[in-house]
Each structure stands twice: as structure tokens, then as C-alpha cells.
Design a protein around this ligand. Structure first.
Ligand code: DX5
Ligand code: ZN
Length: 214
């Protein structure tokens, strides 16, 4: 199980300390939420913050773009240190082209689906993807409640991957904790994002270790 703690829930006044804590933890990736106030009703951070995170960790940076027109910024995200770049299906009218461009830049390519978007929209691109990110909350904010029907979406995605003989990672993002974690693993998830559950816990490193054991 890949654990990708979301930096969005860290203390930004102590971003160096929190990034180093994640670097020393059992986390596999660091999840980086980029929001533009257009695609989602919130603004998080951009390139300078991503570069600062990059300086403090050797872990894989799993960058989740919640922005309109991501095509305009793909090479800038590569330059800032992204290893995996995930764009939203809902923000990409030419998804096939966007995925190819991400790969040409030397990054792994992911596609995220909002809670209302069915798995079936990925039928024609699933074989080209390194990762699918299923949103289990409406994107834009940390600390929201997990949408239970996301578990069924994981099962549907797993079926599609098997049917198409594809080999992409299934990642879940939003409201993930130790209660729904086992159900997500059972349904076929390979990677779990956790923000508030990690950072609001008394011992974040220990919480990451517990998630890692799922
Ligand atoms: C939500 C973001 C998530 C968020 C998860 O729009 O994409 O990555 O940081 O936070 P929690 O785990 O608190 O739901
Ligand atoms: Zn995210």
C-alpha cells in the first residue's frame, strides 16, 4: 500500500519542519494539492511552495492539479519538482493529448475524477495512464467527510483495469482514515491520500505507519 500524506493539512508556518517529518516517515509519496480558485472554490499554493517542498525531501512528489487549463503549466510543474502529475478529467477537453504531454516531459501521468464523474469515461484512455485518482470528497478543501459510494467506484475501476489489461495505480483522495482504509484496500486501492487524518493526529508519523500497515 502506497501512503501519500497531503501537505495541504500541514502547518505552513513550519513547512520545512513538516516536510522533513514526512521525509523521515514511512510515507511513500507526498501529495501536493494545487488549487486555482477557478476549477475549485479555493486557492492553495503554486510553484514557490512546491520548490520549497522539493528541497526538503527525496520522496516522490505526487502533484494533484485542481486547476483550469493545466496544459499551460505542465513543463513548469516538471521544473518545480513534480514526479507524478495528475490532472482532472473535468478540466481537460483533450485528455489524450494532455496525458501524452505529461509523459513526454518525463513524469508519470494521472487522471482524477470528481465524485459525480463515472469510471466509464476512462475506457479509452485507461491503458495510457500510470494512475487514476478517485476523489472521495468534492475537491477544494481538506477535512471533508468521506463519500461512501467511492468504495464502489474503486471496485468498478479495478474491473475496468483488469478488463483492459491496464496497469495503473488506483489512488483515493478525501476523508481517508483507518476506518474506511481497510474497505478501500479490499476494493482494490493501491494508494491512499490522507491529509487531516495524519496532521490532526497526536503523532503524525505513527498515524502514517498505521496506514502503511493496511
Ligand atoms: C481535497 C484534496 C485532498 C485533501 C485531502 O481537495 O485534493 O488531497 O488534502 O484531505 P483530507 O484527507 O483531510 O480529506
Ligand atoms: Zn488531492
Amino acid at each position: 500500500m502506497i501512503i501519500s500524506p497531503s501537505v495541504l493539512s500541514c502547518d505552513f508556518g513550519n513547512i520545512e519542519r513538516d516536510t522533513k517529518m514526512l521525509d523521515n516517515s514511512e510515507a511513500d509519496w507526498l501529495h501536493i494539492d494545487v488549487m486555482d480558485g477557478v476549477f475549485v472554490p479555493n486557492i492553495s499554493f503554486g510553484f514557490p511552495v512546491l520548490e520549497a517542498i522539493r528541497k526538503n525531501t527525496n520522496k516522490i512528489l505526487d502533484v494533484h492539479l485542481m486547476i483550469a487549463n493545466p496544459d499551460a503549466y505542465l513543463s513548469a510543474f516538471k521544473k518545480a519538482g513534480a514526479d507524478i502529475l495528475t490532472v482532472h478529467y473535468e478540466a481537460c477537453p483533450h485528455l489524450n493529448r494532455t496525458i501524452a504531454a505529461i509523459k513526454e516531459l518525463g513524469m508519470k501521468a494521472g487522471v482524477a475524477l470528481n465524485p459525480h464523474t463515472p469510471i466509464s469515461v476512462l475506457e479509452e484512455v485507461i491503458c495510457d495512464l500510470d494512475l487514476v485518482l478517485i476523489m472521495s470528497v468534492n475537491p477544494g478543501f481538506g477535512g471533508q467527510k468521506f463519500i461512501p459510494s467511492s468504495i464502489e467506484k474503486v471496485e468498478k475501476l479495478k474491473k475496468l483495469i483488469l478488463a483492459k489489461n491496464a496497469s495503473c495505480i488506483i489512488e483515493i483522495d478525501g476523508g481517508v482514515n483507518l476506518e474506511n482504509g481497510p474497505l478501500l484496500v479490499k476494493a482494490g486501492a493501491n494508494a491512499l491520500v490522507a491529509g487531516s487524518f495524519v496532521f490532526n493526529s497526536i503523532n503524525p508519523e505513527e498515524t502514517i505507519a498505521k496506514l502503511k500497515k493496511l
